[in-house]
Design a protein around this ligand. Sequence first.
Ligand code: HPA
Length: 235
Amino acid sequence: MAYTTPHNSAPKGAFANTVLMPGDPLRSKFIAENFFDSPELVNNVRGVQGYTGWYHGKRVSVMASGMGMPAIGIYSQELFQFYDVTSVIRIGSCGSLDKDLHIRDLIIAQGACTDSRYAEQYALPGTFCPIGSYRLLRAAADEAASRNVHYKVGNVLSSDHFYNEANTLDWAKMGVLGVEMEAAALYCNAARLGKDALCILTVSDSLVNKEPETSPEERERTFTDMVEIALAIAD
Ligand code: HPA
């Protein structure tokens, strides 16, 4: 059967209105199997696993974004454009640039600064400022506040570089809270297509405090709060 998009074999209608996007396909599977009722695998092209199921009676989906802005750029664009998805909530990890944000704390990305040229495709006569959906942001902050989690709302840096020779800490001078690799492209796509997007991040390491890095297994476990917040605000 022909694919619906070059990268997604799910039939039209296979995704819910809201899709959660972790970077890692195995995390997509973990979320579907541990948080959804009746999860169904709807896409597995390149192992980018996508599932649709139910959460407290609400139809929801999860699909991996892959790492970096080219990857989330492709997958989120296709969900918005070809599957009529209305909201994408990225749930990922980041490095902290803020002394008060420690491993396992949450960042809700109000805005996404970037060193990427992703927005140059729009040929705007200035600098576009990628921001998260205010509706989702407000709901996520309310949800986080009602739980016993430490979180901050603010700017993040979406970088094209995990191994970076530039001084990432310069962004901290501008109050940027953390560094990750996908939010700016997601926010650009949502803006261009009139959709809602939000990025919620768990701090997995700190660039400003001496803290032991979390293992992949540990990160998977500490995902729970972030996943439950994202599922709670999904519509
Ligand atoms: N840089 C970019 N992305 C990340 C980091 C980082 O330090 N930590 C987790 N995701």
